[in-house]
Design a protein around this ligand. Sequence first.
Ligand SMILES: Nc1nc2c(c(=O)[nH]1)N[C@H]1C(S)=C(S)[C@@H](COP(=O)(O)OP(=O)(O)OC[C@H]3O[C@@H](n4cnc5c(=O)[nH]c(N)nc54)[C@H](O)[C@@H]3O)O[C@H]1N2
Ligand SMILES: Nc1nc2c(c(=O)[nH]1)N[C@H]1C(S)=C(S)[C@@H](COP(=O)(O)OP(=O)(O)OC[C@H]3O[C@@H](n4cnc5c(=O)[nH]c(N)nc54)[C@H](O)[C@@H]3O)O[C@H]1N2
Ligand code: SF4
Ligand SMILES: [Mo]
Length: 791
Amino acid sequence: MPRTALRICPLCEATCGLTLTIEGSTVTGARGDREDVFSHGFICPKGAAFGALDADPDRLRSPLVRRDGRLEEATWEEAYEAIAAAVPALVRKRGAQSVGVVLGNPNVHTMAGQLYPPLLLKALGTRNLFTASTLDQMPKHVSSGLLFGDPFAIPVPDLDRTDFLLLLGANPLESNGSLCTAPDFPGRLKALRARGGTLVVVDPRRTRTAQLADRHLAPRPGSDALLLAALAHTLLAEKLTDLGELAEHTDGFGELSGALASFTPEAVAPACDLPADEIRDLARALAAAPTAAVYGRIGSSTVAYGTPASWLVDVLNVLTGNLDRPGGSLFPLSATDRAPRPAAPGKGFGLGRWRSRVSGHPEAKAEFPMAALAEEIETPGEGQIRALVSIAANPVLSAPDGRRLDAALAGLDFMISVDPYLNETSRHAHVVLPPPPPSQSAHFDFSFNSFAIRNQVRYSPPAVPLEDGGMDECEIHARLVLAVSGMHGTEPEAVDDLAIQTTLARETADPCSPLHGQDPARLAGLLTGVTGPERRLDLMLRIGPYGDRFGLPAGLPGGADAATAFRAGSGAAMGFRAGSGAGADAGADSDSDSDSDGIDAGAGPGLGLARLLAHPHGIDLGPLRPRLPGLLKTRSGRIELLPDPIAAELPRLRAALADRPAGLVLVGRRHLRSNNSWLHNVPALTGGSNRCTLHVHPDDAGRLGLADGGLARITADGGSLEVPVEVTDSIRAGVVSLPHGWGHDRSGTRLSVASATPGANVNQLLDGTRLDPLSGTAVLNGFPVELTPLP
Ligand SMILES: Nc1nc2c(c(=O)[nH]1)N[C@H]1C(S)=C(S)[C@@H](COP(=O)(O)OP(=O)(O)OC[C@H]3O[C@@H](n4cnc5c(=O)[nH]c(N)nc54)[C@H](O)[C@@H]3O)O[C@H]1N2
Ligand SMILES: Nc1nc2c(c(=O)[nH]1)N[C@H]1C(S)=C(S)[C@@H](COP(=O)(O)OP(=O)(O)OC[C@H]3O[C@@H](n4cnc5c(=O)[nH]c(N)nc54)[C@H](O)[C@@H]3O)O[C@H]1N2
Ligand code: SF4
Ligand SMILES: [Mo]
């Protein structure tokens, strides 16, 4: 008899709730969970293919270990012995920096990827960290770090309540949204228009998202920072700014007009290739809207001026008074975020605190540019990377110049891949540790709940028991931490216990915490959950903003904010008692001696793992609410509107006013049925328009003698490719588009479907030298290319 089980979809940032149909241990179907408190039944073709992905016969089902140059199936014990024999010895011989760590995108889609890499990095003590962020959103982390003092304080557009959305370089109708977790993003955009709101899309392509818009601007790629600067300039020049309540929390407003003086609409118009009047008109419309949100993603981030553009997005949100207010852009407060503290000056955001060894790239958020990984492996000297731990990453396809990285990886002394596939990157590993299919893993969105347009919390226990011979990914990570630390053989729970002890030690010592002065060992004994990661989740929920705080009285007022807000919102409707949550998870007595300043004892909604398990479709925690000034961690304790590192970038941006690329430039694109480099192996998601073709405007095609369906050679800094041409007027003239994640033509992989239609790897056109300098993010959009027809 088929049964059903709930599972949050891990395939994109929308985090839809799925109802899986399961026969035996096989997922035979997936539909949207209509009762899910957030996604309400929405699903896309990727989620519907969950079963096919889960059962992909190419998935690795046991570890692989390299013997005499060949990867062979091995036991888990053999795999970890190989790691334990190699890594600690290398660290002793060549130092901590000799081990590099690469963290790829799916780490934000797994519990393991959120709970263990910080411990791994700590155990290794290496600064050689490279993640997908420097192929993606690092400019936003840097701008938030500088503006708000916290690189994770990223405001999200209040999609469901805004009157006006200015969306740049994002195509949520294909991507389902990013840094803005919103199941059914398309439906929410339609609802915005249906309630009389306005959608403006800025994209050099007429995307499906642009087709929904009231207004579509198709600028020259890479020029968003100029366009945004001109919008800000217009607001300032025409006295259309209105900071409202933000004024008292903001520094630097007075200096902004001077800093942006050169960026008049007329001055930027030629570089953006947009009429000045249209820019001015857009600024006025933005200012006139009752509420508005400016939101930029990939196309405004992975470009030469990605950090200035990301900064200007929030400058506009501030100037129009729309930051931190309903209908504008707000900061989510997730159930596992740290409970709010009273407003106080913070430590600020350090940038460039250390530099990479070979090219001297400044660190950003303790990371080096992914584009600099190959040189750090290739270049001899002290601190050279000789071993690599790659978790859920495929940089050979996802990062610039995969051919060079390919060769570099092949030269490593030791490489570990935690990956379900033997692909372009993991084929170089000495040990491959494969996680089980997603149906066999528990799921919690530590990351995306912090970017969600509604506060909510959901947890999926494994839908299917772990198959024989499989190992849960959390355990894989925990054992990895032990093996690289010379502690192979220790029980993996020790890693979780240590993490719990560390957190409890910090909390019980923190005068702002309701746990202040408590006995950590007693609290640890109260945690529920059948696995180490579940116990860690329980702890984070219980001390989080909506937590039961073990039934202890609330801490200082900051901590009570969320609880108070919650009570005013949906908490009451859900029937939560004020008090220490249902007895199920606590049983904590209230003999606390921590200070109580008149706030209701235990006023929170009482979250803990047990409560979450009792609500399998999730718990709604209400709409986003203002969080300023409490969340600011700048040294001034204020929004720093014109931070020094940005001010120092403006001359470079000014120089870009003269940019007029004579030839073609390339941009990327995503397809609804794709997911970066790793979903091309699922037959149900291949074919149709999900193909690796080069979009070319008819004018350019005509000029160059390119025919639809013909072949072209495309050349840039890093090399050249042969690609099929698709002539389409959905792209502006002067721009061509090629999707990423393709190029499955290397030997030694086990991707039977993907390698049959390999496609070309767009990142081979890059040599890795084009970066947004402040963030180290690769320029993946808006770089010059040349095209020639091929017979
Ligand atoms: N030209 C161009 N390049 C781009 C982009 C672009 O727009 N244009 N986009 C960039 C962006 S935004 C990103 S985020 C990066 C992504 O680039 P990467 O971070 O390299 O991520 P993926 O390409 O998605 O590869 C993910 C890897 O994780 C493995 N994996 C899948 N599920 C799991 C799991 O549950 N556990 C583990 N351990 N592994 C798993 C897959 O098999 C695959 O090897 O690509 C970037 N590259
Ligand atoms: N189906 C699917 N969904 C995904 C992914 C996937 O691979 N497939 N990847 C996931 C990941 S890792 C991420 S980070 C998100 C990304 O999500 P989005 O940010 O929505 O990314 P894209 O769909 O690539 O849309 C980027 C748009 O920017 C445009 N663009 C390019 N250059 C410029 C420019 O200079 N200026 C402007 N204004 N626009 C420009 C492109 O034409 C493109 O339409 O998607 C996630 N969701
Ligand atoms: S939109 Fe994203 S989260 Fe939702 S079903 Fe599709 S892939 Fe999964
Ligand atoms: Mo991404």
